[in-house]
Design a protein around this ligand. Structure first.
Ligand SMILES: [Zn+2]
Length: 87
């Protein structure tokens, strides 16, 4: 598992993905304002997929392969918004 922060983030948004490139900004899930990327988790070895989060209310979404997670921090309220995809 690789953690990417700081000056490496911008390049990783384009390159560390299994599907489309990640956005350079996202809309905060809480307040809708601008959220900026602060951390990327590259779970290329499937470590998280081997320890999936517990299911809640039957929601059938869980990582099941190598995954990339991008955490965006809201510039207004501080909420964290996550975007992810998997191989
Ligand atoms: Zn916000």
């Amino acid at each position: 598992m690789e953690i990417i922060t700081g000056t490496e983030i911008k390049k990783a948004l384009q390159e560390k993905t299994y599907q489309n490139p990640f956005e350079e900004t996202e809309k905060c899930v809480k307040c809708g304002k601008l959220a900026l990327p602060i951390l990327i988790v590259d779970d290329e070895d499937g470590e998280l997929a081997n320890n999936p989060p517990p299911r809640n209310n039957g929601i059938p979404i869980f990582p099941h392969d190598s995954c990339i997670f991008v955490l965006y921090l809201c510039s207004e309220c501080g909420e964290v918004t996550t975007s992810w995809n998997q191989g």
